[in-house]
Design a protein around this ligand. Structure first.
Ligand SMILES: Nc1ncnc2c1ncn2[C@@H]1O[C@H](COP(=O)(O)OP(=O)(O)OP(=O)(O)O)[C@@H](O)[C@H]1O
Ligand SMILES: [Mg+2]
Length: 301
C-alpha cells in the first residue's frame, strides 16, 4: 500500500530537506520504490541528488493538471528514487491554489492516481518552511506528517505555537469542509547531546506521549558534519557515514532506525536490499540509548 509522508514545519532551516532526501535515499536502497515530491519553490530537494533524466514537467503541471503522468517523473542518480521536481521559481502555485475551491485536496487527488499506485511504494513531499496553500495541500496529501525539530528553545517554541497551532486551525477552518490531518511525528534533529538539548527533549517527551496526535520519535538525528558533507557530496548520508563516533551513532544506523520507526514493515531490511537482525547489527539500542538518557530529567546544576 502506498504511504505518503510530508515534511512540515512553520520554521525554515530545521532540516526538512536533509531528512527527506536521506530517508528517500535509504528507502530506495532498501528496495522501496520511492518518489520525492519537491513542493518548495526554492528547489533544494530537486538539487539534492544528480538528475540523470530530467522530465519536461514538474510540480506546476502536476498541480495545475491535477494528475501525475510519466511526463513529470525525473530520475535521480539513486536507483529506485524518482522525483517530481520543483519548477515554480516564481512561487505562482501558492496564488493559483488559493483561488481554487479544491486547493486542499488538489495534491492529494493528483497523487492518488493509478500511475503513482502502480509505480511507487512511498511518496515523500518536501515543503517550504512557512504555511500557505501549497503547504496545506501537502499536509492534506499525507498519511503521516513529519516535523523535524531541533531541540533548542526558539525551534520548540515555534513548533508549539506555530506548526501545531496552524495545523489545528486548518482542521477547524470554518470556510472549509471539516477534515482531519494525519498524525504528526516529530523527529528530533541536530541533537548535540548537550544538557540543554537533553532537558528540552525530556520536556517534549513528557508533553507528547505515545498515542497522542503528536509523537516524538525515539530515533534522534545528531547534529553531525556527516549530514552536511552528504548534502555537499549529493549522496544519501547512510552510504557516507557507516561508523559512529564515541558520542554519535553512525548516520547508517540512525537512518535505518528512523525508517523502521516510520515504516515498521521494513524492520530488518537494510540498505543494499539486505535482510538481517537489527539487534545483532547494531547491538541493544545504541541510538535509543541517547534518547533514553535524554528522557531522564537532568539534575539541577
Ligand atoms: N542532522 C544535521 N546535522 C548537521 N547539519 C544538518 C543536519 N540536518 C540538516 N543540517 C544542515 O542544516 C541546514 C538546513 O537544512 P535543510 O536545508 O535540510 O533545512 P530545511 O528545513 O529544508 O530548510 P528550508 O526551510 O530552507 O527549506 C543545511 O545546511 C543542512 O546541511
Ligand atoms: Mg528545505
Amino acid at each position: 500500500m502506498l504511504r505518503t509522508f510530508a515534511a512540515l514545519n512553520s520554521k525554515g532551516g530545521v532540516g526538512k530537506t536533509t531528512l527527506l532526501a536521506n530517508l528517500g535515499g535509504l528507502l530506495a536502497d532498501m528496495g522501496a520504490r520511492t518518489l520525492l515530491v519537491d513542493a518548495d519553490p526554492q528547489p533544494s530537494l530537486t538539487k539534492y541528488y544528480d538528475i540523470p533524466y530530467e522530465a519536461p514537467q514538474g510540480l506546476v503541471e502536476v498541480i495545475t493538471s491535477g494528475t501525475v503522468t510519466h511526463q513529470a517523473i525525473s530520475h535521480t542518480a539513486v536507483a529506485n528514487l524518482d522525483l517530481i521536481r520543483s519548477n515554480d521559481g516564481e512561487a505562482k502555485l501558492q496564488h493559483w491554489l488559493f483561488d481554487r475551491a479544491d486547493r486542499r485536496v488538489r495534491l492529494a487527488r493528483a497523487l492518488n492516481n493509478p500511475y503513482v499506485h502502480d509505480h511507487y511504494d512511498i511518496v515523500l513531499i518536501d515543503t517550504q518552511g512557512a504555511i500557505g496553500p501549497l503547504q496545506t495541500a501537502a499536509a492534506f496529501a499525507a498519511d503521516t506528517l513529519i516535523s523535524p525539530l531541533p531541540p533548542d528553545t526558539p525551534s520548540v517554541r515555534e513548533f508549539r505555537s506555530g506548526t501545531l497551532r496552524v495545523l489545528q486551525r486548518l482542521e477547524s477552518d470554518t470556510d472549509e469542509p471539516r477534515a482531519q490531518l494525519a498524525p504528526i511525528r516529530a523527529v528530533i534533529c541536530r541533537f548535540d547531546y548537550s544538557r540543554d538539548a537533553k532537558s528540552l527533549l525530556s520536556e517534549l517527551r513528557n508533553e507528547f506521549s505515545e498515542g497522542d496526535r503528536v509523537t516524538i520519535l525515539e530515533t534522534v538525528i545528531p547534529n553531525a558534519i556527516a549530514y552536511k558533507d552528504a548534502f555537499t557530496a549529493r549522496v544519501p548520508v547512510h552510504t557516507a557515514n557507516r561508523i559512529g563516533g564515541s558520542r554519535y551513532p553512525s548516520a547508517y544506523e540512525v537512518m535505518h532506525r528512523l525508517v523502521w520507526e516510520l515504516q515498521p514493515d521494513l524492520y530488518g531490511y537494510f540498505a543494499g536490499r539486505l535482510k538481517g537482525d537489527p539487534q545483532e547489527v547494531f547491538g541493544g539500542a545504541a541510538q535509543a540509548r541517547g534518547a533514553r538518557d535524554a528522557a531522564v530529567p537532568t539534575p539541577a546544576a
